[in-house]
Design a binder for this molecule. Structure first.
Ligand code: ADE
Length: 173
């Protein structure tokens, strides 16, 4: 039977700023069976897209994406906050539901033609995904899909990236 993951996501009012309802996935992570089930759902999606590599944006994308990569026997590429990666990088900037940031990837992280699935905990305005797409395509990869635990459809992330296939376990309106 399919798991209703929404039962295990905590909603926190006015965090980190007034007016934001923070969707907290840590109750899923704390439960080994749930974490494995959520990982498996995303891994099945990435497999259906014939992914060659998984990209995860810092920091929650590491938590979500790494186990997906290991379940499938694929490599994992971290998309990191500025000045964390030690070798030559590409950088892209983006806006968030609250605030803005930049992401960097090593220039040799993706091989030309590789099929990439981005994994993260939550898609809001799709700013992070937009930046990841720019980086992946700039390195010659193909973004074939993006998989999230949570999507906030009212923030219209899909409209920002109409050519990207998006999968999510739970949607909050
Ligand atoms: N990242 C962006 N918006 C968020 C939200 N509402 N809850 C948790 N993480 C987020």
């Amino acid at each position: 039977m399919a798991v209703d993951f929404s039962k295990y996501i905590a909603s926190v009012q006015d965090f980190p700023n007034k007016g934001i309802v923070f969707r907290d996935i840590t109750p899923i992570l704390q439960d080994g069976e749930l974490y494995r089930a959520a990982t498996h759902e995303l891994a099945e999606y990435a497999k259906s897209k014939n992914a060659d590599v998984i990209v995860g944006p810092e920091a929650r994308g590491f938590i979500v994406g790494c186990p997906v990569a290991t379940e499938l026997g694929l490599g994992f590429v971290p998309a990191r906050k500025p000045h964390k990666l030690p070798r030559e990088v590409e950088r892209a900037s983006y806006d968030l539901e609250y605030g803005s940031n930049s992401l960097e990837m090593h220039k040799d992280a993706i091989k030309p033609g590789q099929r990439v699935v981005v994994c993260d905990d939550l898609m809001a305005t799709a700013g992070t995904l937009h930046a990841a797409k720019e980086l992946i395509e700039g390195l010659g990869g193909k973004l074939v899909g993006a998989a999230f635990y949570i999507e906030l459809p009212d923030l219209k992330g899909r409209e920002k990236l109409p050519d990207v296939d998006i999968y999510s376990l739970v949607q909050y309106h």
